[in-house]
Structure formats: C-alpha cells, structure tokens
Design a protein around this ligand. Structure first.
Ligand code: HEM
Length: 142
C-alpha cells in the first residue's frame, strides 16, 4: 500500500514568510474598509459595540488559520447565524474588500493563500446562513 502523505513542516503561511505583524495590518486595514463600506459598515456597527476585542479576536483567527498558532477558540458559525438578513451579496462584498486588502498587504503568493482560505470559509458560512434562512432546498423539506 502506498504510504499516506501527511502534511509536515511549517504551515503554508510561515513558508511564505507571513508574519503576525502583517496579519495585524491585514485585519486592521480590512476592518477600516468594512467600517467605511455603505452596506457592510452599518451591519458591523449594529452588531459590534466594542471594536478592540473584535479586532484582537480576528488577529487570533487569521493567525490560527494561516500560521496555525492555535490562538483562536471561537465559534464562527453561530456568530454569523445570529446576524439578521445576511445575503449572498454581503458575502461577495466582504470577499471583495478582503481581496483588495490582502493584495495591499502581501506578496501575490501570500495574498492568494489568504484569499483562498477566506473564500472557503466564506462559502461554508454562507451555506450555514442560507440553511438557517430556509433558502437551501433539502430533501426533507418537501
Ligand atoms: C457578510 C459577511 C460577514 C459579515 C457581515 C460578518 C459580520 C461579523 C460580525 C458582526 C461579527 C461579530 C459577532 C459577535 O461578536 O457577536 C463577526 C465575527 C466573526 N467573523 Fe464575520 N462576518 C462576515 C463574514 C465573515 C467571513 C467570510 C469570515 C471568515 C473568513 C468571518 C470570520 C469571523 C470570525 C472568525 C468572527 C468571530 C466569531 C467568534 O468567535 O465570536 N466573517 N462577523
């Protein structure tokens, strides 16, 4: 039997030279854009009263995803399921702003890694939100 290939060595973000300082810049630059966005800005301002812990949590989140630091211990799915009225357009705009910030902060290769991870997570969050809103046809729904 062929041996199974197990990923070893440093996490992909570390191999590309991504640092905690850059992750901090990404998170802060991204939420500056979010807060100035005509559609997403008001949603975030409605939901988040204290930005300092949110930004710190998001640095932990991206550090865990990209550098596997293990610092993030939250639950993203319920956090988004409780936000009323999240639409596919909201997710598309979120990703557009994320892509722009990633390219401003990182090399093309590092930005591509971040954008790939963000896209996958966005897709699963969007699916969970659609499921909660009954917008996802299931066999048992008939
Ligand atoms: C339409 C797009 C999105 C909106 C409007 C949105 C909004 C929010 C808000 C308001 C919170 C704070 C919730 C709270 O503390 O009560 C939050 C938390 C969070 N968001 Fe999003 N988000 C979006 C997409 C995403 C995506 C695509 C990701 C990941 C790639 C993400 C990752 C997170 C994480 C990790 C938290 C912290 C959850 C926790 O542990 O408490 N969000 N988001």
């Amino acid at each position: 039997m062929e041996p199974r290939v197990i990923q070893s060595g440093p996490p992909p973000g570390a191999r590309l030279g991504i640092t905690e300082v850059q992750i901090h810049a990404l998170v802060h630059g991204f939420y500056d854009k979010i807060r100035n966005d005509a559609v997403l800005g008001p949603i975030f301002e409605r939901e988040i009263t204290d930005w300092t812990p949110h930004l710190a949590k998001m640095c932990d989140f991206w550090s865990s995803v990209i550098l596997m630091s293990g610092r993030y211990h939250g639950r993203p799915v319920p956090a988004h399921m409780k936000i009323a009225g999240l639409s596919p357009e909201n997710f598309a705009r979120w990703l557009e702003l994320f892509r722009a910030t990633a390219h401003e902060t990182f090399t093309d290769e590092a930005a591509a890694l971040l954008i790939d991870r963000a896209g996958r997570i966005a897709q699963s969050l969007e699916m969970m939100v659609a499921l909660k809103n009954g917008e996802f046809p299931t066999r048992s729904a008939s």
